[in-house]
Design a protein around this ligand. Structure first.
Ligand code: 5GP
Ligand code: ZN
Length: 119
């Protein structure tokens, strides 16, 4: 898929473009979802915009419709993966927030009891 927003040195852009393999569970024009390579729960899916946005605070008002689509996909994944007992959505933002890959993503984790506060 041609992605005009691709950053050549971005791991998740490479997954979007198929340069790096991933277990993709959903894809459309604007949103891709794939299994986390180091799962922290029995279900651990990363939902990302195709557009390269480095982190949550870099998104703009014009991204609103697309981000609403991201959240629709999160709902679809929760339904598909039968997370009806509950699940967690996390977006680590910036280094102190624990972000390690600088392409906006939402962790969707489920099928185990979550604790609070997170580490
Ligand atoms: P962050 O720490 O930025 O919130 O989350 C990055 C996530 O990306 C981590 O949970 C990590 O396991 C996952 N990850 C890192 N590299 C890869 C990869 O090459 N493939 C997949 N599927 N996930 C990755
Ligand atoms: Zn990217």
């Amino acid at each position: 898929m041609y992605n005009p927003s691709t950053m050549s040195d971005c791991l998740f852009c490479k997954i979007v473009n198929g340069e790096i393999p991933a277990e993709i569970v959903y894809r459309d024009e604007n949103v891709v979802a794939f299994k986390d390579v180091n799962p922290q729960a029995p279900v651990h899916v990363l939902v990302i915009p195709v557009k390269h946005i480095d982190k949550l605070t870099s998104s703009e008002a014009a991204d609103g419709k697309m981000l609403a689509e991201v959240f629709s996909v999160i709902q679809k994944i929760a339904a598909d993966m039968k997370l009806d007992e509950g699940f967690r959505v996390v977006s680590n933002c910036g280094p102190a927030g624990g972000q390690t890959v600088f392409h906006l993503h939402f962790h969707v984790m489920g099928k185990r009891a979550m604790t609070w506060p997170p580490g």
